[in-house]
Ligand binder design. Sequence first.
Ligand code: NAP
Length: 283
Amino acid sequence: MTFPTDRPATWFVTGTSRGLGLELVKQLLERGDNVAATTRSTERLLAALDTDTTRLLPLAVDLRDEAAVAQAVRQTTDRFGGLDVVVNNAGYGFLAAVEETSDRDVRDMLDVQVAGVWNVLRATLPVLREQRGGHVVNVSSVLGLTSVPGWALYCAGKYALEGLSEALAGEVAGFGVGVTIVEPGYFRTGFLTTDSLALPENTTPAYPEIREMVENHLKLQGNQLGDPVRGARITIEKVVSGDTSLRLVLGSDSHAYATAKVHALQATLDAAASTASASDFPA
Ligand SMILES: NC(=O)c1ccc[n+]([C@@H]2O[C@H](COP(=O)([O-])OP(=O)(O)OC[C@H]3O[C@@H](n4cnc5c(N)ncnc54)[C@H](OP(=O)(O)O)[C@@H]3O)[C@@H](O)[C@H]2O)c1
């Protein structure tokens, strides 16, 4: 994709009243770009912005509602005359053992992190495809590459996002549309605060390590390694430079966890090299 240089680019960003999404909106407005920013609370978004908002279209959108998302995308193209970059950023953490996770918890998470992203993609891809150019940025996590106890539901959502993004990248490359999966480690945003982090309604005493994890994660707030200002800047620079490499690993913690996962997976594959064919039909 060639990023427009002769006019302001138009970005559609989800989950923008806090954290990385808010920082993206600030920096994009400071660049002079147009930003359609979806949020559950436009009041919270506007109160958090101290930048010139002339080029901002704040949109109160429930990402789980396909018609509302489609309408938000139409409002964006009507207001700015087009669309260049889509950032699926909205997401939240959930910390519990698998058996403590209710049906409602599962559906809520996948509604936001998978069905919501799909709603945005269904509404925006035709625009990018028909103009034969654009960029989709899907904010995943290192927990979209590797999984740890307590984070099963969050990982399930982010692994799904990784899978759909990899397939999407192959589908739309021929239309000049790039796809980037962003994989942050721990970032100093609202993610680990009680405003964002969801917990199960019922727990069992069988998992004291997970209760301890919850406490430790809440205490980590303010000490995470990742800087959302730098993370947003690097993400924007990647898109603006036209770099269409699939992944953007953010944070040395993310890099270390992902590397350990790749090594473990490689060891599994090496060990299976001579045995995997045992289930093949004989030639
Ligand atoms: N911070 C980290 O450690 C970390 C690590 C890896 C990946 N990530 C990912 O980075 C992205 C941004 O998170 P953040 O770190 O900036 O956290 P944050 O400060 O909590 O912000 C999350 C944003 O997502 C939106 N959101 C949260 N729950 C939602 C829900 N139920 N429905 C719709 N939107 C919801 C919120 O938008 P509104 O309130 O404006 O609607 C909010 O602005 C997320 O996808 C997260 O999974 C974060």
